[in-house]
Design a protein around this ligand. Structure first.
Ligand code: ADP
Length: 473
């Protein structure tokens, strides 16, 4: 039946009128479409009825029938408003109430139980049941039967009801009532089928989409599993490789130092000593790189072991500053230590905190010439903060977040002035977050940078990582 283009066109028009709150599920949507369809059909059938009604021979009856039908049509339009406001119950009962008023009046004035309009009362429970729900349908069924019974009892009790005396009028009214009811019921059935089929198509489309989405999600999960497995394999490989490289490299460093001492003792060749020092420096650089890679992979594989102890950060900063005095002098930098009020002891892995501070101070001095590097310590009952500020080259705003990514340098060109691997800050950020803190940076090109490390006073092992932090490569 939905093949009929008129029904499909009607359905799409009607669908556009259904408000958003009544489109939430297919059943409500379908009932709303039916309500609009019935309202529309009533309006059409009612308007068409005006023609036979205008042909009624008795002027009084004709006037009453026309006024009655026109009033019904106008009130019917109100039903569309109720539906647009989102109440199916009100819409259904409103339609039935208007029709009931019209039918009951027509029954009363058209000869009581013998009136041709009594058949129309049978429409009410069906309409109410479809639009407003089963209970409303039942209620309107009872009302219709009760009305007919009351009219019958009244007539049997001798109440005189106006009779339609004109035989042509009786035929016309009977024809109009039958034709109207038949058209309405046929229309409703066809429209109901059309909406049902449309709803089935929608459900089928939705389930096809759901199936596709489930398939996509499965694919994505599979890809994610593969990526996680590949990442774990990469981390394990790098950790093993780094470990294996450190052992011979430490031997190279140790022996090159020995050779330099030996040559110096023998009053040996300065050129050769210089060459071996270069071997030593390159070896140290390589060792730093390998250590950073090892740290990074351990953290990413959640296998970095932290050994928290009580220590004083003020003391740690003093030691770090001492290490950097020669480098600061070489760059003509003033290295200042501002320890503020006594912060006291904190509970953390001192080696890892030192590693972070060394990285930040090392960078600050590396990127500052003829300037100032200030290391500041502040604390409160919950946390302590280390600020490393410099007046160096600064970092462009668009690169500031990326410097924490591994192997990222602001100047990555082959002609860059500053040495480095681009791993230091990546390790710092991961270490600090592992220790329960955060690292922040503010910078301005040409004016300098300020890094802040904020840590809780006490390191507590996060519950979900407690088991893995005890293992190490
Ligand atoms: P690198 O070994 O290259 O120093 P880092 O991860 O420590 O690696 O730093 C990444 C990049 O961030 C550096 O190459 C540099 O471009 C930028 N950077 C870090 N600290 C500073 C700083 N204090 N001043 C200017 N640039 C900095």
């Amino acid at each position: 039946m939905t093949d009929a283009p008129i029904l499909r066109r009607w359905l799409s028009q009607v669908h556009g009128l259904v408000p958003a709150q009544l489109r939430r599920d297919p059943v409500t949507r379908r009932r709303s479409q039916l309500a609009l369809g019935i309202l529309g059909a009533n309006l059409i059938v009612g308007s068409a009825l005006l023609i036979p009604l205008a042909m009624i021979g008795e002027p009084d009856l004709r006037r009453i029938a026309l006024v009655n039908t026109c009033a019904c049509l106008l009130l019917m339009l109100l039903g569309v408003l109720f539906l647009r406001r989102g109440s199916l119950w009100l819409t259904g009962n409103w339609i039935c109430a208007i029709l009931y008023a019209g039918f009951a009046f027509a029954t009363w004035t058209g000869g009581g139980v013998r009136a041709p309009f009594t058949i129309c009362l049978a429409l009410l429970p069906m309409l109410a049941g479809i639009i407003a729900g089963r209970r409303s349908g039942l209620a309107w069924g009872c009302i219709s039967v009760a009305t007919l019974t009351a009219v019958y009892v009244a007539q049997a009790g001798g109440v005189e009801l106006p009779e339609v005396t004109h035989p042509e009028t009786t035929v016309l009214l009977a024809f109009g009532a039958l034709a109207g009811t038949t058209i309405l019921v046929t229309w409703m059935t066809a429209f109901s089928e059309a909406t049902k089929e449309a709803a089935i198509v929608q459900i089928e489309q939705a389930s096809a989409q759901l199936a596709a989405a489930i398939q996509e999600e499965e694919k994505a999960r599979h890809a994610a599993d593969q990526a996680i497995a590949a990442n774990a394999a990469k981390s394990a490989f790098l950790a093993t490789m780094s470990h294996e490289l450190r052992t011979p490299l430490n031997a190279i460093l140790g022996y090159s130092e020995l050779v330099v001492d030996e040559l110096r003792d023998r009053g040996g060749n300065d050129d050769l000593i210089d060459d071996i020092r270069k071997v030593h420096a390159s070896g140290r650089h390589l060792l730093g790189l390998i250590t950073d890679v090892l740290d990074l992979t351990r953290i990413e594989a959640s296998r970095l072991e932290l050994n928290p102890t009580d220590f004083e950060p003020a003391r740690l900063l003093r030691e770090v500053a001492e290490i950097f005095i020669p480098l600061a002098l070489r760059n003509n930098d003033v290295l200042t230590l501002d320890l503020g009020d006594d912060v006291g002891a904190v509970h953390h892995d001192a080696t890892r905190v030192r590693q972070v501070v060394i990285n930040l101070v090392g960078n600050a001095i590396k990127f500052t010439r003829d300037g100032t590097v200030t290391v500041r310590l502040r604390g409160d009952p919950d946390k302590f903060e280390v600020f490393v500020e410099d007046t160096g080259i600064g970092i462009p705003i668009d690169k500031i977040e990326r410097i924490f990514e591994p192997f990222t340098q602001v100047d990555a060109s082959s002609t860059r002035r500053y040495e480095g691997t681009g791993l230091g800050l990546a390790v710092c950020r991961r270490l600090v977050s592992l220790m329960g803190g955060a690292i922040e940076v503010r910078s301005s090109v040409g004016r300098g940078s300020s890094f802040t490390v904020r840590l809780p006073r006490r390191y507590t092992i996060p519950e979900h990582t407690a088991s893995v932090t005890t293992s190490a490569f």
